[in-house]
Design a protein around this ligand. Structure first.
Ligand code: APR
Length: 169
């Protein structure tokens, strides 16, 4: 267990000065509302142009683009599961988002990565359960990989921030 590489912040992810920020996207990868919309607005039109070349992404997986006008060099677009009651592999798919994003970041030489609270908005994943899966996935990644990477959990709403604060402490 390596907690020293995990940081909790309450912030707008588009302002994060890290090597990669993660986008909670959908399978088409052409933008949307929530954090996806905010990232596309802040990165500028070129992000959408690159996303058009990606041909979408499966739930639980991730694809990487440049960050364009963002302070971050890269955007990692991942597709969280839509909550359907909890017996439709939602936990594993959500963990997959965190794990594949971390793998992509490390493959691209990133030393820091910022995650939003994937699936906890429009996709309605219960916040506490999502936070637990997110932290589990990151800790398992640290246990299985020697790659040093700083992980920022970026909470936008107070409720998520409180939940992460409690679970991480
Ligand atoms: N910075 C950080 N977090 C943010 C920001 C922001 N600027 N804006 C919203 N969030 C947070 C929300 O508070 C929520 O906890 O992102 C979390 C995820 O919410 P959504 O953006 O709704 O993402 P998700 O639940 O994964 O649903 C994905 O929404 O619009 C879309 O295109 C996207 O269809 C996809 C769906």
């Amino acid at each position: 267990m390596e907690l020293s590489n995990i940081h909790l912040v309450k912030a707008d992810i588009t302002r994060m000065e890290v090597d990669a920020i993660v986008n909670a996207a959908n399978r088409i990868l052409l933008g949307g509302g929530g954090v996806d919309g905010a990232i596309h607005r802040a990165a500028g039109k070129e992000l959408l142009e690159e996303c058009k070349t990606l041909e979408g992404c499966e739930t639980g997986l991730a694809k990487i683009t440049k960050g364009y006008k963002l302070p971050a060099s890269y955007v990692i677009h991942t597709v969280g599961p839509v909550w359907r009651g909890g017996n439709n592999n939602e936990d594993e798919l959500l963990k997959g988002c965190y794990t594949t994003s971390l793998q992509l970041a490390v493959e691209h030489g990133c030393q820091s990565i910022a995650f939003p609270n994937i699936s906890t908005g429009v996709y309605r994943f219960p916040k506490r359960r999502a936070a637990y899966q997110a932290i589990e996935a990151v800790m398992q990644f640290f246990n299985n990989s020697k790659s040093p990477i700083e992980v920022y959990f970026v909470c936008f709403d107070e409720e998520n921030y409180r939940i992460y604060h409690e679970l991480l402490n």
